[in-house]
Design a protein around this ligand. Sequence first.
Ligand code: SAH
Length: 346
Amino acid sequence: MTDPSLLTILQEKIRSDGPISVGAYMAQCLGQPQHGYYMRGDVFGTDGDFTTAPEVSQLFGEMLAIWVMLQYQQMGSPLEIQLVEIGPGRGTLMRDIWRGLSAMPDLRDRLQIHLVEFSPALQKIQRETLNGLPVTWHTDISTLPRQTSLIIGNELLDALPIEQAIWVDGVWRKRMVGLENDRLAFVTGDVLTELNITGAQEGEIYEYAPAVGDFFRQICRLLKSQGGAALLIDYGDNMPPDQRIGETLQALHKHQYVHTLLLPGASDLTAHVAFAPLLKIAEETECTAQLHEQGPFLSSLGIHLRLEKLLLQANEEQSKALQSGVQRLTAPEQMGRLFKVLEVKA
Ligand code: SAH
């Protein structure tokens, strides 16, 4: 169902100020304080709009717990350290990580958890999931304590706003959201003189994401100044910008694709993450970064060994669920190749 209130807000804004950029549209759809998509609360899982890795299998969080313990050891077991998750959804991933960290009580006992979540409704669900854990909430990364940090973000980058350009009559123009007969419609805006991408055909789209770059630069700077490591996991690619012509912005509603302008505030809007510019930012900020595919990354942390161990105590139904979960997370034709893990260290 369309959220009439957000649609009305957008229509009024466009009527009075003119078309808005695709990035502004995406930011409003997802984060508008009253009617944004994530303000609805629980949008995940089979009853919601999409399913994420921690909702597929507990082994995802358990493997990230192993990553956390490895980083801690490699950093020489620092006394002051915090665990940060950005965009924690239902809190499932942190719950599973925390359980996995019981293998290292000296770390867990001194660890503070900081969650960055802009949705009050999701914060409420996270409070229930993580009841009893030492958690502090933030709505923005700017208020995180300046401390050595292990930072995790799963399917966060794909929810940050992207901008679109469209190739018209030999120039790139900004793609905007305007009104046609009072309905939301894509329209063309100003010429983008600074965009240096060649080889496009008439009407083709190029996506660029200043907000993702700015966000990631802040993470790199925090790591550089305070020490630590980050793991940002998302679907996307490492293609050079010239080869990235094409639209990836998509809207999901109840596990079905819908038009991106059809259900503002009621469908999840995401875009494929362009990892190549992020690797460049890591280099500029003098952090080291590595991009892995999710399947091999989880295998290197021992997901198949852990599965075998769990299968020893599982009944038939549990065994099936465990096996299909691991398959979904790691198989190249499922999430194993499309999903990438960006690992950054100070
Ligand atoms: N990591 C979770 C949820 C992914 S959905 C999982 O894997 O299941 C994206 C999450 O990021 C949601 O919790 C959403 O509310 C949050 N989020 C999206 N954009 C955000 C922003 N700009 N600031 C803070 N949180 C944001």
